[in-house]
Design a protein around this ligand. Structure first.
Ligand SMILES: NC(=O)c1ccc[n+]([C@@H]2O[C@H](COP(=O)([O-])OP(=O)(O)OC[C@H]3O[C@@H](n4cnc5c(N)ncnc54)[C@H](O)[C@@H]3O)[C@@H](O)[C@H]2O)c1
Length: 497
């Protein structure tokens, strides 16, 4: 690793991102010159960094030597010409193509011929930002995540003319400042912003179909799939102004690929000012005293004591055993029939198996059921039978979420879409397969990367979930990625290949 590069780092833009990049590099002892167009913004950003560091020092969390190193490494600049000695300049100014191009045109004339230039843009193509440069070989994207000191990931993105040596040096620099670089192709949304679409948009599609409420969908994704936040909590946190805009940008940039399509409600939330936490109201209310909506089914029904199994599946038998109910060897024509559809809704599943749809209570056993169990019934399903199963599940110490009939329940459809989009990113060669997983875990705090989800579910199971959802909905949104289909059909289990 190149320990002496950069000898001096320049950061232009002292907002959230620029200040974060400056702080992280300075903490590693790299001298940093920070510049902002707003008067005193760079000095104020440095004061804020040092103020926080002093508090950490006072709390015994930062050594005096580390504080001194940070203080001596950071200096504000007044003018672009103050960056002349920098051998790497990272731009983190306003997200505007003309502003960024104008800045780099000036910078090219100021820095040394072998200095590197990088942009932290989150949405502009790297090749387009650098198109007018005289020396595009020394230019690339260096996409940090917010907040920079906490987020480990950096996407390193070459433009069409970026030299391999530039990529190597930016990679080494990222490692030196304690980040995990992932090399990503120059595609709209790069890797993480593109890959992160499926989680929210499939949740929105599920809500649009009236399958479940935001609180139910969030609870399922947290408790059954270990996401730290459900999709609606996450959208409320990032704000509709950000996540609707990014979703629409990516849908348009990918020529209206139905996989990336959002819903009218998403736009409506933005246009009615229901932006999320920052507005006090989004999918949830943040008003004082607002009660959190429950995701849990409640019932006074007597717990079921006998069930039939719609299919001879080990998962179903194990689930029934966990409820302590008797599994009928012969159908008595009355007991609930437990079923485990993959990608199918209860209606299609029951009719295909020749079962009475009214008695079928479907259970999603594709994910963790130790905390919460999702139950699903057909439109003509017997609510009393469902409630008796719910009561048995509740008596076993777990929460129940009862949803309306849907292809793929809630978790199957959201995880299948996350995994399928990851497979498509692998097909497009956006990054090495293992790097796709690493980037999605580090950039979005996902419990597993998309290809790891595919492995967890099993490639052939994932493929059949997607095929069922595509066939039953008639929507190419669910079309399986060829990357997945080939590996599933060939029985390959090495996803890193
Ligand atoms: N905020 C995020 O979550 C995030 C994450 C990744 C990437 N990005 C990208 O990083 C860049 C900066 O984002 P941010 O959130 O820090 O924005 P910000 O608004 O917090 O900061 C931008 C700063 O740039 C300054 N500025 C604007 N034009 C300038 C110019 N011509 N020269 C010098 N300074 C100028 C502004 O005064 C401001 O202080 C954008 O390209 C953004 O898309 C943001």
């Amino acid at each position: 690793m190149e320990q002496n590069f950069p000898a001096r780092l320049g950061v232009v833009g002292a907002g959230a991102m620029g200040a974060g990049i400056a702080e992280v590099a300075a903490a590693c002892g790299i001298p940093v010159t920070l510049l902002d167009a707003r008067q005193n913004a760079a000095t104020a950003a440095i004061d804020a960094i040092l103020g926080r560091a002093c508090k950490r020092h006072a709390a015994g969390k930062l050594e005096q030597a580390q504080l001194d190193r940070l203080a001596s490494a950071l200096s504000p600049a007044e003018d672009l010409s103050d960056l002349a000695a920098c051998d790497l300049v990272i731009e983190a100014i306003v997200e505007d193509l003309d502003a960024k191009r104008g800045l780099f045109a000036q910078l090219e004339d100021i820095v040394a011929p072998d200095a590197l230039l990088a942009t932290n843009t989150s949405s502009l193509p790297i090749g387009v930002v650098g198109a007018a440069l005289h020396h595009p070989e020394r230019f690339a994207g260096l996409h940090f995540f917010n907040p920079v000191p906490l987020m480990k990931l950096v996407e390193v993105i070459p433009g069409p003319a970026t030299a391999a040596a530039t990529m190597d040096r930016l990679n080494a620099f990222s490692l030196y400042i304690g980040k995990e670089p992932v090399i990503v192709r120059d595609t709209p949304g790069f890797l993480v912003n593109l890959g992160g679409r499926a989680f929210a948009t499939e949740a929105l599609a599920t809500l649009q179909e009236n399958v479940a409420t935001p609180a139910q969908i969030d609870a399922i994704m947290r408790d059954c799939c270990s996401f730290r936040m459900g999709p609606f909590e996450l959208m409320d946190l990032t704000g509709m102004d950000v996540n609707f805009t990014v979703s629409q940008f990516l849908h348009q940039s990918h020529f209206a690929d139905p996989r990336l399509r959002s819903t009218p409600l998403h736009r409506y939330m933005l246009e009615t000012g229901q932006l999320g936490r920052k507005a006090g109201r989004g999918f949830y209310s943040y008003a004082e005293g607002a009660a959190a909506p429950s995701a849990d089914a409640r019932t006074d029904a007597a717990p079921a004591t006998q069930v039939g199994l719609a299919e001879n599946l080990p998962e179903l038998a194990e689930f029934a055993a966990g409820l302590g109910v008797e599994v009928l060897a012969q159908d008595d024509g009355r007991a609930p029939l437990l079923a485990f559809p993959l990608g199918e809704d209860v209606t299609a599943h029951a009719l295909r198996l020749g079962l009475d749809p009214r008695r079928v209570v479907a259970v999603d056993l594709a994910f963790d059921t130790t905390r919460r169990v999702t139950l699903m019934t057909a439109p003509n399903g017997d609510a009393g039978l469902r409630d008796s199963v719910a009561a048995a599940v509740i008596a076993s110490g777990r929460a129940v979420t009862a949803i309306a009939d849907s292809t793929g329940f809630v978790a199957q459809r959201i995880v299948a879409m996350v995994a399928n989009l990851g497979c498509e990113m692998a097909q497009m060669g956006l990054a090495a397969p293992r790097d796709i997983d690493k980037a999605m875990r580090l950039g979005l705090n996902y419990p597993l990367g998309p290809l790891e989800w595919a492995e967890r579910l099993g490639a052939s199971r994932l493929l059949s979930i997607l095929r069922q959802m595509q066939a039953l909905s008639g929507d190419d949104r669910y079309r399986p990625s060829p990357w997945l289909r080939r590996r599933a059909e060939l029985g390959l289990d090495s996803w890193a290949a």
